[in-house]
Ligand binder design. Structure first.
Ligand SMILES: [Zn+2]
Ligand SMILES: [Zn+2]
Length: 201
């Protein structure tokens, strides 16, 4: 019985790597260079890698005694929204990935946890979890369009970049001033004490 709790890997998946051509001799290496479409949901709520955009893998596979060590870089593009001004953010990323994948039935597989060391399925390696972790870890939780983005005027919502220096508003918005006058003339039931006081005066 094959002990393979994971779903079976499909070598046609863009982030599944077939190591058939990598000799299982410690020290043997092979370059892994390919451009693949980014999987869905690669990123965070405010910033992510657009699904289907190019992910460039520039890595190498190295045979070690218990498996295959995969290391190198992943590059691609990000798109998101500035947390201060809501402007679109589009930039590139370049992250490094380094992970060991243990051969099936190797001592490493038997003595480690799947969370610590990746697993191979036959000659196949699924790079997606490692790529996902590497990309997501580098993303800012509060992305900004630029480090000194001043954001929006809290009063009128216009980008402070588009407003003259010293832009400000009167202490009281005219609409609020009108409301204030109105409530002074007609005290609401919600403030009986004020009403009381006014009558006594
Ligand atoms: Zn911004
Ligand atoms: Zn304003």
């Amino acid at each position: 019985m094959p002990k393979s709790p994971q779903k079976h890997l499909d070598p046609r998946q863009p982030l599944v790597v077939d190591t058939t051509k990598l000799p299982r001799r410690p020290g043997a290496t092979r370059a892994l260079k390919r451009v693949v479409p980014a999987p869905a949901d690669l990123g965070l709520e405010l910033i992510s890698v657009p699904e289907g955009s190019d992910l460039e893998l520039d890595m190498s596979l190295t045979s070690v005694s218990e498996g295959v060590y995969v290391s190198g870089n992943v590059r691609g593009s990000l798109s998101g929204e500035c947390g201060r001004c809501l402007n679109e953010i589009s930039e590139s990323f370049d992250v490094s990935v380094a992970e060991l994948f243990a051969y099936e039935d190797s001592t490493t597989e038997e003595t480690t946890d799947e969370d610590e060391v990746g697993r191979m399925q036959g000659d196949l390696i699924d790079l997606e979890p490692a790529v996902r972790d590497a990309v997501v870890l580098t993303l800012p939780t509060n992305p900004v369009c630029r480090p000194d983005c001043p954001g929006l005027c809290p009063e009128c919502g216009v980008h402070l970049d588009d407003l003259p220096a010293g832009h400000g508003h009167e202490d009281v918005d005219p609409r609020w001033a009108a409301l204030r006058t109105l409530s002074a003339e007609q005290p609401t039931a919600a403030s009986p004490h004020h009403q009381q006081n006014r009558i006594e005066e």
